[in-house]
Design a protein. Sequence first.
Length: 264
Amino acid sequence: MLKVLAVAMLAALTQTAPNPHLPKPTYDSVPPAVPAGIQRGVLIVSKTNAWRHLEHIPHSNEVIAGIAKDLKRPSFTTENAAVFDDAILKNFSVVVLNSASGDFMTAPQREALARFVARGGGIVALHAAGDNSHKAPWYFDTIIGATFTGHPNGPDHIQPASVLIDQPRHPVMAGVKLPWKPADEWYSFDVDPATRGMTILARIDEASYRPGDKLKMGAVHPVIWVNPRTKGRVVYSAMGHNPENYDDPNYRLILTNAIRWAAR
């Protein structure tokens, strides 16, 4: 009897244990203390109100901060979305949304970010910053322009795939060496973002991996693109699920190029 009770209690605890990949959504109202004197900085935000990429966020935040330092720009890393405030954003040239997922901004915070882009501020959005947990029309239209439909799972979750460059002369893709076949979690989308005004910089060769029938996009399976319709420069990369991706020389170069370009 005691053994049965112990098993039942363990099962109950297991069922109620929170999933660290799915934190309880929170909304921030008090902004973080940003160091004084930041000018033309890089703001790194990894706030997650949906799926949290526990595996890569700590390392990728460090890598991005290191890139900012190499570019001789100060950086500030936070998970507090109240940082999206006009008085704070004026100190930064570019915001990196590092797998920031879910509806993580309040309406006033989203409006402050929209004003930042409208006056020329840059956005570099990475991986889960483009998943389907983002519902706000401004965010969809400005940052992504397509709806995430899924990625391979099970044994095919992480696969190597060939990345093809459509715009080799674009500053974001400068210096990338081909052939390049990184292993990643490959996102699919409902449409080619180019049909909604985006410019595709790079895509995946679907013949080089197994997307699954429901996730096939065909000849144009985009992975990195920019929004040429905004005053601020906006870049999105669907890559970056694994911590190792941020140590890949080509991907680090793309991130460096993207931050430099977006920050003007």
